[in-house]
Design a protein around this ligand. Structure first.
Ligand code: SAH
Ligand code: SF4
Ligand code: F3S
Length: 440
Protein backbone atom coordinates (compact mmCIF):
# COMPACT_ATOMS: atom_id res chain seq x y z
CA UNK A 1 0.00 0.00 0.00
CA UNK A 2 1.40 3.39 -0.98
CA UNK A 3 1.46 6.09 1.64
CA UNK A 4 -1.20 8.79 1.71
CA UNK A 5 1.18 11.75 1.81
CA UNK A 6 1.58 13.82 -1.36
CA UNK A 7 4.68 12.70 -3.29
CA UNK A 8 7.64 15.10 -3.22
CA UNK A 9 10.00 13.32 -5.61
CA UNK A 10 9.31 11.56 -8.89
CA UNK A 11 10.91 9.42 -11.56
CA UNK A 12 9.71 8.99 -15.16
CA UNK A 13 10.75 5.95 -17.22
CA UNK A 14 9.90 6.15 -20.92
CA UNK A 15 9.70 3.22 -23.32
CA UNK A 16 9.00 3.18 -27.03
CA UNK A 17 9.40 5.89 -29.61
CA UNK A 18 10.94 9.36 -29.39
CA UNK A 19 7.49 10.89 -28.97
CA UNK A 20 7.25 9.01 -25.70
CA UNK A 21 10.65 10.40 -24.69
CA UNK A 22 9.31 13.88 -25.44
CA UNK A 23 6.13 13.18 -23.45
CA UNK A 24 8.24 11.91 -20.56
CA UNK A 25 10.22 15.18 -20.52
CA UNK A 26 7.00 17.20 -20.57
CA UNK A 27 5.52 15.17 -17.70
CA UNK A 28 8.67 15.78 -15.68
CA UNK A 29 8.39 19.52 -16.39
CA UNK A 30 4.75 19.49 -15.27
CA UNK A 31 5.64 17.80 -12.00
CA UNK A 32 8.50 20.24 -11.38
CA UNK A 33 6.08 23.12 -12.02
CA UNK A 34 3.94 21.61 -9.24
CA UNK A 35 6.87 21.84 -6.83
CA UNK A 36 8.07 18.25 -7.03
CA UNK A 37 11.67 17.36 -7.77
CA UNK A 38 13.35 14.60 -9.75
CA UNK A 39 14.49 11.72 -7.54
CA UNK A 40 18.13 10.69 -7.69
CA UNK A 41 17.10 7.13 -8.49
CA UNK A 42 13.88 5.33 -9.27
CA UNK A 43 13.95 3.26 -6.10
CA UNK A 44 13.87 6.34 -3.89
CA UNK A 45 11.12 8.20 -5.79
CA UNK A 46 7.77 8.84 -4.11
CA UNK A 47 6.07 8.77 -7.50
CA UNK A 48 7.09 6.56 -10.43
CA UNK A 49 5.64 7.21 -13.87
CA UNK A 50 5.95 4.32 -16.32
CA UNK A 51 5.51 5.90 -19.73
CA UNK A 52 4.67 2.83 -21.75
CA UNK A 53 4.71 1.61 -25.34
CA UNK A 54 2.17 -0.76 -26.91
CA UNK A 55 3.75 -1.30 -30.30
CA UNK A 56 4.86 -4.91 -29.83
CA UNK A 57 3.86 -7.70 -27.50
CA UNK A 58 6.98 -7.79 -25.35
CA UNK A 59 6.62 -4.11 -24.61
CA UNK A 60 3.28 -4.70 -22.88
CA UNK A 61 4.57 -7.63 -20.84
CA UNK A 62 7.51 -5.47 -19.79
CA UNK A 63 5.10 -3.02 -18.18
CA UNK A 64 3.65 -5.68 -15.92
CA UNK A 65 7.06 -6.97 -14.92
CA UNK A 66 8.21 -3.40 -14.29
CA UNK A 67 5.21 -2.75 -12.04
CA UNK A 68 6.16 -5.87 -10.08
CA UNK A 69 9.76 -4.70 -9.76
CA UNK A 70 8.71 -1.39 -8.22
CA UNK A 71 7.89 -3.22 -4.96
CA UNK A 72 10.63 -2.31 -2.48
CA UNK A 73 12.52 -4.42 0.00
CA UNK A 74 10.42 -3.14 2.90
CA UNK A 75 7.26 -4.24 1.08
CA UNK A 76 6.12 -0.72 0.15
CA UNK A 77 5.55 0.60 -3.35
CA UNK A 78 5.83 4.16 -4.61
CA UNK A 79 2.78 5.85 -6.01
CA UNK A 80 2.66 4.27 -9.49
CA UNK A 81 1.29 6.05 -12.54
CA UNK A 82 1.08 4.24 -15.87
CA UNK A 83 1.15 6.62 -18.81
CA UNK A 84 1.67 6.22 -22.56
CA UNK A 85 0.19 3.89 -25.13
CA UNK A 86 -0.42 0.81 -22.95
CA UNK A 87 -2.33 3.07 -20.57
CA UNK A 88 -4.46 4.21 -23.48
CA UNK A 89 -5.09 0.75 -24.87
CA UNK A 90 -5.34 -1.32 -21.70
CA UNK A 91 -6.03 1.17 -18.91
CA UNK A 92 -8.98 -0.71 -17.47
CA UNK A 93 -7.11 -4.02 -17.58
CA UNK A 94 -4.10 -2.48 -15.84
CA UNK A 95 -6.29 -1.11 -13.06
CA UNK A 96 -7.84 -4.56 -12.61
CA UNK A 97 -4.65 -6.59 -12.92
CA UNK A 98 -2.25 -4.34 -11.00
CA UNK A 99 -3.76 -3.05 -7.74
CA UNK A 100 -0.58 -1.10 -6.94
CA UNK A 101 -1.20 1.18 -9.94
CA UNK A 102 -2.98 4.33 -8.76
CA UNK A 103 -3.03 6.46 -11.92
CA UNK A 104 -3.62 5.53 -15.56
CA UNK A 105 -3.18 8.39 -18.01
CA UNK A 106 -3.20 8.24 -21.81
CA UNK A 107 -0.77 10.07 -24.12
CA UNK A 108 -3.27 12.81 -24.95
CA UNK A 109 -4.31 13.51 -21.37
CA UNK A 110 -1.07 13.76 -19.38
CA UNK A 111 -1.47 17.48 -18.76
CA UNK A 112 -3.84 16.24 -16.04
CA UNK A 113 -1.12 14.15 -14.38
CA UNK A 114 -0.44 16.52 -11.43
CA UNK A 115 -4.13 16.71 -10.50
CA UNK A 116 -4.51 12.95 -10.83
CA UNK A 117 -1.44 12.31 -8.68
CA UNK A 118 -2.85 14.63 -6.01
CA UNK A 119 -6.18 12.76 -6.06
CA UNK A 120 -4.39 9.41 -5.91
CA UNK A 121 -2.26 10.59 -2.98
CA UNK A 122 -5.51 11.34 -1.19
CA UNK A 123 -6.52 7.70 -1.62
CA UNK A 124 -8.19 7.54 -5.05
CA UNK A 125 -7.44 5.60 -8.21
CA UNK A 126 -7.56 7.78 -11.30
CA UNK A 127 -8.01 6.96 -14.99
CA UNK A 128 -7.96 9.47 -17.84
CA UNK A 129 -7.69 8.35 -21.45
CA UNK A 130 -9.42 11.19 -23.28
CA UNK A 131 -8.47 12.12 -26.83
CA UNK A 132 -7.53 14.19 -28.80
CA UNK A 133 -4.54 16.23 -27.71
CA UNK A 134 -5.87 19.73 -28.31
CA UNK A 135 -6.05 20.68 -24.62
CA UNK A 136 -2.80 19.03 -23.66
CA UNK A 137 -0.16 21.19 -25.31
CA UNK A 138 -1.80 24.44 -24.21
CA UNK A 139 -1.64 23.24 -20.59
CA UNK A 140 2.07 22.39 -20.57
CA UNK A 141 4.60 24.75 -18.96
CA UNK A 142 7.08 26.81 -21.01
CA UNK A 143 10.28 24.94 -21.80
CA UNK A 144 13.34 26.19 -19.92
CA UNK A 145 16.43 24.04 -20.07
CA UNK A 146 17.49 21.78 -22.88
CA UNK A 147 20.42 19.61 -23.84
CA UNK A 148 22.20 20.35 -27.13
CA UNK A 149 19.81 18.08 -29.01
CA UNK A 150 16.10 18.48 -28.26
CA UNK A 151 12.87 16.80 -29.33
CA UNK A 152 9.83 18.79 -30.36
CA UNK A 153 6.56 17.00 -31.09
CA UNK A 154 4.81 18.85 -33.92
CA UNK A 155 2.26 16.27 -34.96
CA UNK A 156 0.50 13.45 -33.21
CA UNK A 157 -1.60 10.52 -34.20
CA UNK A 158 -2.04 8.56 -37.36
CA UNK A 159 -4.75 8.14 -39.99
CA UNK A 160 -2.90 5.55 -42.02
CA UNK A 161 -4.18 2.38 -40.35
CA UNK A 162 -1.48 -0.04 -41.39
CA UNK A 163 -3.14 -3.35 -40.60
CA UNK A 164 -0.52 -4.45 -38.03
CA UNK A 165 -0.28 -1.23 -36.04
CA UNK A 166 -1.82 0.02 -32.78
CA UNK A 167 -0.77 3.66 -33.12
CA UNK A 168 -4.01 4.94 -34.74
CA UNK A 169 -5.84 3.51 -31.72
CA UNK A 170 -3.45 4.62 -28.98
CA UNK A 171 -2.58 8.08 -30.31
CA UNK A 172 -5.77 8.91 -32.17
CA UNK A 173 -6.25 10.85 -35.40
CA UNK A 174 -3.55 12.95 -37.06
CA UNK A 175 -3.32 16.34 -35.42
CA UNK A 176 -0.88 19.15 -36.25
CA UNK A 177 0.19 21.61 -33.58
CA UNK A 178 -0.17 25.27 -34.60
CA UNK A 179 2.77 27.02 -36.27
CA UNK A 180 3.07 29.85 -33.72
CA UNK A 181 3.18 27.41 -30.78
CA UNK A 182 5.95 25.42 -32.44
CA UNK A 183 8.06 28.48 -33.21
CA UNK A 184 7.64 29.62 -29.61
CA UNK A 185 8.59 26.22 -28.20
CA UNK A 186 11.59 25.96 -30.55
CA UNK A 187 12.79 29.42 -29.48
CA UNK A 188 12.44 28.45 -25.83
CA UNK A 189 14.43 25.26 -26.44
CA UNK A 190 17.18 27.19 -28.21
CA UNK A 191 17.29 29.78 -25.43
CA UNK A 192 17.55 26.84 -23.03
CA UNK A 193 20.60 25.44 -24.83
CA UNK A 194 19.39 23.40 -27.80
CA UNK A 195 21.44 23.64 -31.00
CA UNK A 196 19.63 20.82 -32.77
CA UNK A 197 15.90 20.15 -32.81
CA UNK A 198 14.33 16.92 -34.00
CA UNK A 199 10.74 17.48 -35.04
CA UNK A 200 8.63 14.51 -34.02
CA UNK A 201 5.41 12.94 -35.17
CA UNK A 202 4.11 9.48 -35.96
CA UNK A 203 3.70 10.92 -39.43
CA UNK A 204 5.77 14.03 -39.04
CA UNK A 205 5.66 14.91 -42.72
CA UNK A 206 1.85 15.00 -42.59
CA UNK A 207 2.19 18.20 -40.53
CA UNK A 208 0.16 21.07 -42.00
CA UNK A 209 -0.14 24.62 -40.73
CA UNK A 210 -0.55 28.29 -41.50
CA UNK A 211 2.49 30.52 -41.14
CA UNK A 212 2.61 34.04 -39.68
CA UNK A 213 1.78 35.50 -43.11
CA UNK A 214 -1.30 33.33 -43.47
CA UNK A 215 0.18 30.93 -46.02
CA UNK A 216 -0.67 27.22 -45.89
CA UNK A 217 2.58 25.36 -45.34
CA UNK A 218 3.85 21.84 -44.75
CA UNK A 219 6.93 20.51 -43.00
CA UNK A 220 9.28 22.18 -45.51
CA UNK A 221 7.78 25.58 -44.67
CA UNK A 222 8.03 24.91 -40.95
CA UNK A 223 11.68 23.86 -41.31
CA UNK A 224 12.36 27.05 -43.25
CA UNK A 225 10.83 29.20 -40.51
CA UNK A 226 12.80 27.32 -37.84
CA UNK A 227 16.01 27.81 -39.82
CA UNK A 228 15.61 31.55 -39.22
CA UNK A 229 16.34 30.99 -35.50
CA UNK A 230 19.99 32.07 -35.50
CA UNK A 231 21.36 29.86 -32.74
CA UNK A 232 19.59 26.77 -34.01
CA UNK A 233 22.16 24.92 -36.11
CA UNK A 234 20.44 21.71 -37.09
CA UNK A 235 16.94 20.50 -37.88
CA UNK A 236 15.90 16.87 -38.12
CA UNK A 237 12.52 15.16 -38.35
CA UNK A 238 11.11 11.70 -37.76
CA UNK A 239 9.10 9.55 -38.60
CA UNK A 240 8.02 10.14 -42.17
CA UNK A 241 5.50 8.21 -44.23
CA UNK A 242 6.29 7.72 -47.93
CA UNK A 243 2.80 8.96 -48.91
CA UNK A 244 3.42 12.35 -47.25
CA UNK A 245 6.87 13.00 -48.73
CA UNK A 246 5.92 16.00 -50.88
CA UNK A 247 7.98 17.88 -53.49
CA UNK A 248 8.57 20.83 -51.17
CA UNK A 249 10.08 18.61 -48.47
CA UNK A 250 12.31 16.86 -50.97
CA UNK A 251 13.41 20.26 -52.32
CA UNK A 252 14.10 21.44 -48.76
CA UNK A 253 16.83 18.80 -48.52
CA UNK A 254 18.59 20.68 -51.33
CA UNK A 255 17.74 24.24 -50.23
CA UNK A 256 17.64 24.37 -46.42
CA UNK A 257 21.22 24.13 -45.14
CA UNK A 258 20.08 23.51 -41.55
CA UNK A 259 18.03 20.48 -42.56
CA UNK A 260 20.33 17.52 -41.90
CA UNK A 261 21.04 14.98 -44.65
CA UNK A 262 19.21 12.12 -43.00
CA UNK A 263 15.82 10.58 -43.73
CA UNK A 264 14.08 7.85 -41.78
CA UNK A 265 11.53 6.52 -44.25
CA UNK A 266 10.06 3.17 -43.19
CA UNK A 267 9.04 0.79 -45.96
CA UNK A 268 8.23 -2.38 -43.90
CA UNK A 269 8.51 -4.82 -46.84
CA UNK A 270 9.85 -5.00 -50.37
CA UNK A 271 6.98 -7.14 -51.64
CA UNK A 272 3.82 -5.64 -53.10
CA UNK A 273 1.43 -8.38 -51.96
CA UNK A 274 2.66 -7.94 -48.40
CA UNK A 275 2.56 -4.14 -48.68
CA UNK A 276 -1.08 -4.32 -49.82
CA UNK A 277 -1.94 -6.69 -46.97
CA UNK A 278 -0.28 -4.21 -44.61
CA UNK A 279 -2.38 -1.39 -46.11
CA UNK A 280 0.75 0.58 -46.89
CA UNK A 281 -0.19 3.04 -49.62
CA UNK A 282 3.03 2.54 -51.59
CA UNK A 283 4.59 -0.23 -53.65
CA UNK A 284 8.22 -1.31 -53.56
CA UNK A 285 8.74 0.45 -56.86
CA UNK A 286 7.05 3.73 -55.88
CA UNK A 287 9.20 3.74 -52.71
CA UNK A 288 12.39 3.24 -54.73
CA UNK A 289 11.39 6.03 -57.12
CA UNK A 290 10.80 8.31 -54.14
CA UNK A 291 14.22 7.47 -52.74
CA UNK A 292 15.76 8.29 -56.13
CA UNK A 293 14.11 11.75 -56.06
CA UNK A 294 15.35 12.39 -52.53
CA UNK A 295 18.86 11.38 -53.54
CA UNK A 296 18.71 13.60 -56.60
CA UNK A 297 17.95 16.54 -54.28
CA UNK A 298 20.56 15.60 -51.69
CA UNK A 299 23.06 13.05 -53.04
CA UNK A 300 24.82 12.40 -49.71
CA UNK A 301 21.59 11.81 -47.72
CA UNK A 302 21.72 8.92 -45.24
CA UNK A 303 18.64 6.70 -45.42
CA UNK A 304 17.08 4.76 -42.62
CA UNK A 305 14.13 2.38 -42.60
CA UNK A 306 11.88 0.08 -40.59
CA UNK A 307 11.10 -3.50 -41.56
CA UNK A 308 8.68 -6.13 -40.36
CA UNK A 309 9.59 -9.76 -41.05
CA UNK A 310 7.10 -12.60 -40.88
CA UNK A 311 3.93 -10.69 -41.65
CA UNK A 312 1.13 -13.30 -41.90
CA UNK A 313 1.58 -15.45 -44.98
CA UNK A 314 4.98 -13.97 -45.92
CA UNK A 315 6.70 -16.52 -48.18
CA UNK A 316 10.43 -16.99 -48.66
CA UNK A 317 10.14 -15.38 -52.11
CA UNK A 318 8.29 -12.39 -50.64
CA UNK A 319 10.95 -12.01 -47.98
CA UNK A 320 13.61 -12.19 -50.69
CA UNK A 321 11.96 -9.10 -52.24
CA UNK A 322 12.62 -7.26 -48.98
CA UNK A 323 16.29 -8.24 -49.10
CA UNK A 324 16.44 -7.08 -52.72
CA UNK A 325 14.96 -3.71 -51.75
CA UNK A 326 17.56 -3.37 -49.00
CA UNK A 327 20.28 -4.07 -51.57
CA UNK A 328 18.78 -1.48 -53.91
CA UNK A 329 18.59 1.28 -51.26
CA UNK A 330 21.77 0.77 -49.24
CA UNK A 331 20.54 1.98 -45.84
CA UNK A 332 22.81 3.83 -43.46
CA UNK A 333 20.79 2.27 -40.64
CA UNK A 334 17.57 0.33 -40.19
CA UNK A 335 15.27 -1.10 -37.53
CA UNK A 336 13.69 -4.49 -38.02
CA UNK A 337 11.02 -6.30 -36.07
CA UNK A 338 9.31 -9.66 -36.02
CA UNK A 339 5.62 -9.32 -36.74
CA UNK A 340 3.69 -9.15 -33.49
CA UNK A 341 -0.10 -9.62 -33.60
CA UNK A 342 -1.64 -6.71 -31.71
CA UNK A 343 -5.11 -6.91 -30.17
CA UNK A 344 -7.70 -4.97 -32.16
CA UNK A 345 -5.65 -4.67 -35.34
CA UNK A 346 -6.83 -6.34 -38.59
CA UNK A 347 -3.57 -8.25 -39.11
CA UNK A 348 -3.97 -10.00 -35.77
CA UNK A 349 -6.88 -12.02 -37.20
CA UNK A 350 -5.31 -12.95 -40.54
CA UNK A 351 -4.09 -16.37 -39.43
CA UNK A 352 -1.37 -17.91 -41.62
CA UNK A 353 1.27 -17.13 -38.99
CA UNK A 354 4.90 -17.50 -40.01
CA UNK A 355 6.58 -20.01 -37.64
CA UNK A 356 8.79 -18.46 -34.95
CA UNK A 357 11.99 -20.13 -36.17
CA UNK A 358 11.36 -18.89 -39.73
CA UNK A 359 10.88 -15.35 -38.37
CA UNK A 360 14.11 -15.61 -36.37
CA UNK A 361 16.01 -16.79 -39.42
CA UNK A 362 14.62 -13.97 -41.60
CA UNK A 363 15.37 -11.37 -38.97
CA UNK A 364 18.97 -12.55 -38.76
CA UNK A 365 19.43 -12.50 -42.51
CA UNK A 366 17.93 -9.03 -42.69
CA UNK A 367 20.21 -7.83 -39.89
CA UNK A 368 23.24 -9.16 -41.73
CA UNK A 369 22.36 -7.14 -44.85
CA UNK A 370 21.66 -3.97 -42.93
CA UNK A 371 24.85 -4.31 -40.86
CA UNK A 372 26.84 -4.78 -44.05
CA UNK A 373 25.36 -1.59 -45.53
CA UNK A 374 25.73 0.39 -42.31
CA UNK A 375 29.43 -0.50 -42.12
CA UNK A 376 29.85 0.33 -45.80
CA UNK A 377 28.18 3.70 -45.28
CA UNK A 378 30.41 4.46 -42.29
CA UNK A 379 33.55 3.36 -44.11
CA UNK A 380 32.65 5.52 -47.09
CA UNK A 381 32.57 8.46 -44.67
CA UNK A 382 36.25 8.12 -43.72
CA UNK A 383 38.12 11.20 -44.86
CA UNK A 384 35.01 13.37 -44.83
CA UNK A 385 35.10 16.70 -43.03
CA UNK A 386 31.90 17.57 -41.25
CA UNK A 387 30.56 19.15 -38.10
CA UNK A 388 29.74 17.20 -34.98
CA UNK A 389 27.38 18.36 -32.26
CA UNK A 390 28.97 17.37 -28.95
CA UNK A 391 26.30 15.75 -26.77
CA UNK A 392 28.16 14.05 -23.93
CA UNK A 393 31.39 12.64 -22.54
CA UNK A 394 32.57 9.25 -23.73
CA UNK A 395 33.66 6.34 -21.58
CA UNK A 396 37.35 6.97 -22.11
CA UNK A 397 39.26 9.79 -20.48
CA UNK A 398 38.89 13.06 -22.38
CA UNK A 399 36.59 11.49 -24.93
CA UNK A 400 33.58 13.31 -26.40
CA UNK A 401 30.57 11.87 -28.17
CA UNK A 402 28.35 13.53 -30.72
CA UNK A 403 26.54 13.07 -33.98
CA UNK A 404 27.59 13.75 -37.54
CA UNK A 405 25.11 15.38 -39.94
CA UNK A 406 24.28 11.82 -41.12
CA UNK A 407 23.34 10.85 -37.54
CA UNK A 408 26.42 8.69 -37.07
CA UNK A 409 27.87 8.46 -33.56
CA UNK A 410 31.26 10.14 -33.59
CA UNK A 411 33.91 10.15 -30.86
CA UNK A 412 37.08 12.19 -30.51
CA UNK A 413 39.46 13.22 -27.73
CA UNK A 414 40.41 16.82 -28.59
CA UNK A 415 39.34 19.54 -26.16
CA UNK A 416 35.65 20.44 -26.47
CA UNK A 417 32.53 21.06 -24.39
CA UNK A 418 28.98 19.79 -24.46
CA UNK A 419 26.94 21.81 -26.94
CA UNK A 420 29.91 22.70 -29.17
CA UNK A 421 29.50 22.32 -32.89
CA UNK A 422 33.01 21.31 -33.92
CA UNK A 423 34.52 20.57 -37.31
CA UNK A 424 36.18 17.18 -37.57
CA UNK A 425 37.71 14.81 -40.03
CA UNK A 426 36.35 11.27 -39.79
CA UNK A 427 39.34 8.96 -39.50
CA UNK A 428 38.10 5.42 -38.86
CA UNK A 429 34.80 3.57 -38.86
CA UNK A 430 33.12 0.66 -37.13
CA UNK A 431 29.59 -0.60 -37.65
CA UNK A 432 28.12 1.68 -34.96
CA UNK A 433 30.47 4.64 -34.62
CA UNK A 434 33.33 6.61 -36.13
CA UNK A 435 36.49 8.08 -34.71
CA UNK A 436 37.38 11.66 -35.60
CA UNK A 437 39.85 14.47 -34.93
CA UNK A 438 39.13 18.14 -34.74
CA UNK A 439 40.29 20.20 -37.66
CA UNK A 440 38.83 23.60 -36.70
N1 SAH B 1 4.73 5.98 -37.64
C1 SAH B 1 5.92 5.34 -37.91
C2 SAH B 1 6.40 4.38 -36.83
C3 SAH B 1 5.46 3.34 -36.37
S1 SAH B 1 5.99 2.30 -35.09
C4 SAH B 1 5.81 4.69 -39.26
O1 SAH B 1 4.74 4.54 -39.80
O2 SAH B 1 6.81 4.34 -39.80
C5 SAH B 1 7.65 1.92 -35.51
C6 SAH B 1 7.82 0.64 -36.26
O3 SAH B 1 7.39 -0.47 -35.49
C7 SAH B 1 7.06 0.53 -37.55
O4 SAH B 1 7.65 1.22 -38.58
C8 SAH B 1 7.06 -0.97 -37.77
O5 SAH B 1 8.20 -1.37 -38.47
C9 SAH B 1 7.10 -1.54 -36.36
N2 SAH B 1 5.82 -2.13 -35.98
C10 SAH B 1 4.64 -1.51 -35.80
N3 SAH B 1 3.69 -2.40 -35.47
C11 SAH B 1 4.27 -3.62 -35.44
C12 SAH B 1 3.80 -4.94 -35.18
N4 SAH B 1 2.53 -5.18 -34.89
N5 SAH B 1 4.70 -5.96 -35.23
C13 SAH B 1 5.99 -5.72 -35.54
N6 SAH B 1 6.48 -4.49 -35.81
C14 SAH B 1 5.64 -3.45 -35.76
FE1 SF4 C 1 1.45 2.68 -37.58
FE2 SF4 C 1 1.30 2.77 -40.21
FE3 SF4 C 1 0.55 4.85 -38.77
FE4 SF4 C 1 3.10 4.23 -38.92
S1 SF4 C 1 1.80 4.88 -40.61
S2 SF4 C 1 2.00 4.77 -37.08
S3 SF4 C 1 3.06 2.00 -38.99
S4 SF4 C 1 -0.45 2.87 -38.80
FE1 F3S D 1 4.99 2.88 -28.74
FE2 F3S D 1 3.00 4.55 -28.61
FE3 F3S D 1 5.31 5.32 -29.65
S1 F3S D 1 2.87 2.41 -29.07
S2 F3S D 1 6.06 3.44 -30.55
S3 F3S D 1 4.95 4.73 -27.56
S4 F3S D 1 3.29 5.92 -30.31
Amino acid sequence: MASLTPPRTFHVTSFGCQMNVYDGERMAELLVAEGMSAAGARDTADLVVLNTCHIREKATEKVYSDIGRLRREDGTTPLIAVAGCVAQAEGAEIMARAPSVRVVVGPQAYHRLPAMVAAAAAGGRETETDMPATAKFAALPRRRKSGPSAFLTIQEGCDKFCTYCVVPYTRGAELSRPFADLIAEARALVEGGAREITLLGQNVNAWRGTDDRGRAIGLAGLAEALAAITDLARIRYTTSHPADMDDALIAAHADNPKLMPFLHLPVQSGNDRVLRAMNRSHSADSYLKLIARVRAARPDIALSGDFIVGFPGETEAEFADTLALIDAVGYAQAFSFKFSPRPGTPAATLGDAVPAEVMDDRLQRLHARVNRDQLAFNRASIGRRCNVLVERRGRQDGQWLGKSPWLQSVHFTDPAAIGDLVTVELISAGPNSLAARRVD
